[in-house]
Design a protein around this ligand. Sequence first.
Ligand code: SIN
Ligand code: CO
Length: 416
Amino acid sequence: MTSFYLSKPYEPPQAPQNLPLNTPWALFGGISPDQFMKQYWHKKPLLVRGAIPAFALCSQNQESLDSPISYEELVRFANKEEVESRLIRSSPWRFDQGPFEKNVIPALNKPNWTLLLQGMDAHHPAAKKILSWFRFIPDARLDDLMVSVAGIGGGVGPHFDSYDVFLIQMSGRRKWRISAQKNLSLNPNLPLKILQKFKYEQEWILEPGDMLYLPPHIAHDGIALDAGCQTWSVGFRSPSFKELLQEGLWRLAESLEDLPELDRKFADPKQNATNVAEQLPAELIEQLKQQLSRLKLDQIDRFLPGITAYLSEPKQQALFDSPAPPLSPKSFLSKLGTLGISAHPQTRILSLGQRVFCNGDEMTKDQPSEITKAWVSLSANKYLKVKNLKKIDKSSLYEAYLAGWLIFEKEPARWI
Ligand code: SIN
Ligand code: CO
């Protein structure tokens, strides 16, 4: 008798507000996020069979689960300007950047291609829900969720990444080969970052629901074994110190605008007659030294606001539409108390103590305490429902709504 399988899309649950950090998770093969961070994060790979138990449970019941996003939907996403997409063909290696017309993406039954769609958490609720489970890692580190879909044999070739990655198998099977090899030199003759030599040390076939965690610089190669193989990768950001300090420094320089006392002009009533006129005057150096020590430029707290603002900047492709027509401040307030507001999927919000930065701007600057409190809560929960705010019309909360950075939506149903 042939068994009859019904296929339905997996519906990932939204993570609870307070993630249980000390209890075992199936996602990590029965260890807690606390243990995962101590033993594996940034240290060594972890293969988890049945990381999403729903896939195995369903197949026990003669049902089969598939990815929450179909191949056809992914092809439609690849056609959009606001979705960063890449198409990689593997024999011979060829790389193209989207958006792509529908007929450019190979059919599912064709071999040796893969389509990569970056930032899918901003475009599909299921991807956003998957990402919510990784919020035991700071928002400042989390980058996005990339979805890959491939024909048999498809992959991006043996390579390494400079960041941590969780590779979740969502549809079909993929063969992963990994190596901790020291030689990470790239083949200079290819349009892709592919290792010149790849000598794998371990190999696994991942089934839907399995997950592989890789720390940075572990060489890896994933080859699709089934048509329509989908891997969802949760990726992280690891800016260099140069980037962080440069961004922090120029924002710090800009913030000097807010100090009117610095408009005072340099004066040198104590300047003596000199016969080394070409030298920068000692008097100027002395006065600058005093200014610098007053500004406490050697202290980390001076840099952190600029660095937080930088890390809260949205991705380059992010597009925000202002609400049309916008609600009046009064209707805004009433909806805030009944429905509640969330961050637009492309909005980034980060906190530095009680200061909150959204899409590159400080939202708590010169705001009444009730607005600051609202932002602190919005940043922590990514959702805000509050009644009776008083001074809303010129507030940064209302302005962020007008800019399309915040959108009205019901609080997502949570798992617990
Ligand atoms: C893929 O999903 O095909 C590639 C992901 C990766 O290797 O980082
Ligand atoms: Co990779």
